[in-house]
Design a protein around this ligand. Structure first.
Ligand SMILES: [Zn+2]
Length: 295
């Protein structure tokens, strides 16, 4: 009889194989942040810069013009990898290849022996091109096994709406993603717990269905806040200033203030896709915010 022992061994080996990927994870060039027992790994997809002209409100705060004294302000494009139980969860996918920027998320995963087929879930903060580019490998879906999570209002806006503030090429990419992943897309509502310990938080303004994700474990919380901030040396002290990337600039400013306020009050960790800090948020007496800058 293919006996019970061999069967039990195979079952164990199967689970251990999954566990090895997750438990032995140590991404080169990345420092994980602990949230309870979870580890969250930021991945530097690309270095980018941001022009001062993105901030029309800057003219009222000339004391911050020095941020651009040496030209456009440096910023980052990040994605985040979160191993949960025996699954690998990726938050956003970066630029991918063949677009205006060369995204390195897949290269970094591959350098660490993580193949696209190992990714079990992908959570999107929104559908701009620097967040969904990595989902496409030419005319194919990059990730053959992943479930793709998108907020209902975000999907609706990109796939069935107009979004006249976004270029046709970006909308075409979003539609390609919808087509290639159609059987594996799960739409969520704000407030939904997408998987144990990850909850979708309303963060609209930058795009109509822009989402932040609260990652909670062991009484600790990290909010991955997507594109809530593009030019952190200005928008942390002056959260009321939105960039022209924000489709609804007023709403984006309210969302920015609300989420930073909440992080400061709850003493939780805060992170985003375009600033490198992952730290608590401190509210200043003048209404602005501080975060701990990386060494
Ligand atoms: Zn972005």
């Amino acid at each position: 009889m293919i006996n019970k022992k061999i069967f039990a061994f195979l079952v164990c080996a199967f689970f251990l194989a999954g566990a090895v990927i997750v438990n032995a994870l140590a991404l080169k060039d990345s420092e994980p942040v602990s949230v309870g027992e979870l580890q969250v790994w930021p991945i530097l997809d690309a270095n980018v810069t941001m022009e001062s002209s993105l901030l029309p409100g800057l003219k009222d705060f000339p004391q911050y013009e020095g941020v651009f004294a040496n030209g456009p302000a440096p910023a980052v494009d990040q994605t985040f990898l979160v191993p949960i139980n025996d699954r690998l969860v990726l938050i956003d996918t970066g630029w991918g290849k063949g677009g205006p920027k060369d995204g390195r998320t897949l290269d970094i995963l591959s350098e660490n022996n993580i193949k696209p087929e190992n990714i079990g879930d992908i959570l999107l903060t929104h559908m701009d091109i620097d967040h969904i580019g990595g989902l496409l490998d030419g005319d194919k879906a990059t990730f053959p096994n992943a479930t793709l999570w998108i907020s209902k209002p975000e999907y609706e806006a990109w796939i069935n709406g107009n979004l006249d503030k976004r270029p046709e090429v970006a909308k075409a990419k979003a539609k390609k993603v919808a087509e290639l992943y159609k059987d594996r897309i799960k739409l969520f509502e704000y407030g939904d717990e997408i998987m144990p310990g990850i909850t979708a938080i309303e963060a609209s303004g930058h795009t109509p269905g822009h989402t932040a994700f609260d990652i909670t474990n062991g009484g600790q919380k990290l909010t991955v806040a997507g594109d809530i901030i593009h030019i952190w040396p200005v928008q942390l002290p002056l959260p009321q200033l939105s960039t022209t990337y924000d489709i609804d600039m007023e709403k984006a400013a309210k969302t920015r203030e609300r989420l930073l306020d909440r992080a400061a009050a709850e003493r939780s960790l805060f992170a985003g896709m375009h600033f490198p800090m992952i730290s608590p948020v401190i509210k200043r007496a003048d209404g602005g915010f501080n975060m701990r800058e990386p060494r």
